[in-house]
Design a protein around this ligand. Structure first.
Ligand code: LLP
Length: 431
């Protein structure tokens, strides 16, 4: 469900025509629907209504402050993976007591800051990290709340780059080893064992891998409780998929029922780390067609077209990086007919595309296109490649829209650079 609909031949986000946003803010621009974000959060939250739970929005999927605040206003916590995300989450008003911190490479200053802030727990991914957290907490004379991220060796059946719960992946600690590490941790004065954590991958479209992983995590929790460890939190990560084209991911109710079942009867609070399922379909990337050019079809029949648009792989990396599909729809009335097109950006790489061999209505320079389902891992993965300022971000609520991140300026991109003193002292132009 989302609030991007065509009305009178014009695509709207809630009550606002996308054309108006493009005119006022320029393109490329990410547009988020507040009503869609809030709806997704509520549906997810209600799905887990039968069990004590905390939703920690996985902000790597979309780190915009207004998006984070949309969720924290509804009671959400945040799942973070860096000191940078901690700072942003706190700046957006996230309660530290609902922040969980995952990731294989936490640095000492990041651990210190998280301890100073008093986060809910560290999801620890190696024995050495556990030892470091113990040492840092000892120096600060505090106790660090931890869960061990167990690697259940379950195949999530998703893209290999976003599978995390197989034993060959860099994430988590093997279940067998985890029991030993828990015992070690339980004996440390500056560590407080509070939970068990697991996350097996992203864009999962079946419920079975979640059920398998949950069953394995349950066995770990049972074992720890038997040993007298006061496990209060079971974090089952994120990963629920969305529909980009014809996927049929389980809806949150089915997912929640399956996961909840695995932990029935345990005196624990579930921690969920959804990202994509909350934000994916709540955002589009709005882009303008700059030029079109025909080329002979490689198949030898008919013509193929390039639609050259002003958004590129630096704005939305998913198609280039994972071969991901995003629907691309005209914002205005579609012209009659269908052509085969590659939708490409201005970047100097053949890997710079948003769609390949796509059946689309014909386009002309000046047309606006909406790249759908771009709310997750869109802006947050964008870069400045080719010295392209990152896109603006807009949030819509009803008939209002506001810029929630201004477009970067070119000057900002090289502000931190210095000319080495051993280079010529040429006078430079004003940038
Ligand atoms: N928790 C942890 C520990 C994670 O690593 C992730 C995602 C999540 C939660 C949230 O997963 P979600 O609910 O969004 O599936 N850039 C890729 C996705 C990378 C996912 C990384 N981890 C993409 O564009 O598909």
């Amino acid at each position: 469900m989302h609030h991007f609909q065509v009305r009178n031949g014009e695509m709207h986000c809630e009550g606002v025509p996308l054309r108006r946003i493009a005119r006022d803010v320029g393109t490329p621009v990410y547009v988020y629907s507040h009503a869609t974000l809030a709806h997704h959060y509520r549906v997810f939250d209600e799905a887990f209504g039968g069990i004590p739970h905390i939703i920690c929005f996985s902000m790597k999927s979309n780190s915009n402050g207004s998006v984070i605040r949309t969720f924290t206003d509804l009671g959400s916590g945040v799942d973070i993976v860096s000191g940078g995300e901690l700072a942003r989450a706190v700046a957006a008003g996230a309660p530290p007591g609902k922040i969980v911190y995952s990731g294989v490479g936490k640095k000492v200053p990041e651990i210190e800051e998280a301890l100073r802030r008093g986060i809910l727990m560290f999801n620890v991914e190696s024995r050495e990290e556990l030892e470091t957290i113990d040492a840092v907490a000892g120096r600060m004379r505090v106790r660090a709340p931890i869960a061990i991220r167990v690697n259940p060796d379950v195949d999530p059946k998703t893209h290999p780059y976003i599978s995390t719960g197989l034993k060959k992946n860099k994430f988590g600690i093997r279940i067998g080893q985890a029991m030993k590490d828990y015992e070690w941790a339980a004996g440390r004065r500056h560590i407080e064992v509070v939970g068990v954590d697991c996350h097996i991958g992203s864009q999962l479209t079946e419920v079975a891998p979640f059920v398998d992983a949950a069953a394995r995590v349950r066995r770990v929790v049972d074992g720890l409780l038997r040993k007298g460890m006061p496990i209060r939190f079971v974090d089952i990560g994120g990963g629920l998929g969305i529909r980009y084209s014809d996927e049929m991911p389980p809806d949150p109710g089915v997912y929640a029922a399956a996961v909840t079942e695995a932990f029935r009867g345990l005196p624990v609070t579930l921690v969920l780390e959804p990202g994509r399922v909350l934000v994916g379909n709540a955002g589009v990337l709005l882009t303008e067609v700059l030029y079109t050019k025909p080329i002979p079809s490689p198949a030898g029949r008919g013509k193929k077209h390039f639609f050259i648009v002003d958004a590129a792989m630096n704005d939305l990396a998913r198609p280039s990086l994972y071969g991901s599909y995003h629907a691309i729809l005209p914002v205005g009335k579609a012209r009659r007919g269908t052509v085969t097109a590659d939708v490409v950006g201005p970047i100097c790489e053949s890997g710079d595309f948003l769609a390949k061999d796509r059946a689309m209505p014909p386009c002309r320079g000046g047309d606006l296109l909406a790249v759908m389902s771009a709310g997750a891992y869109g802006f947050s993965m964008s870069s400045n490649y080719n010295t392209r300022p990152r896109a603006a971000e807009v949030m819509v609520s009803g008939t209002r829209f506001e810029v929630v991140r201004v477009r970067e300026t070119v000057r900002e991109l090289y502000r931190g650079e210095r000319f080495a003193s051993f280079l010529s002292r040429r006078r430079t132009g004003k940038g």
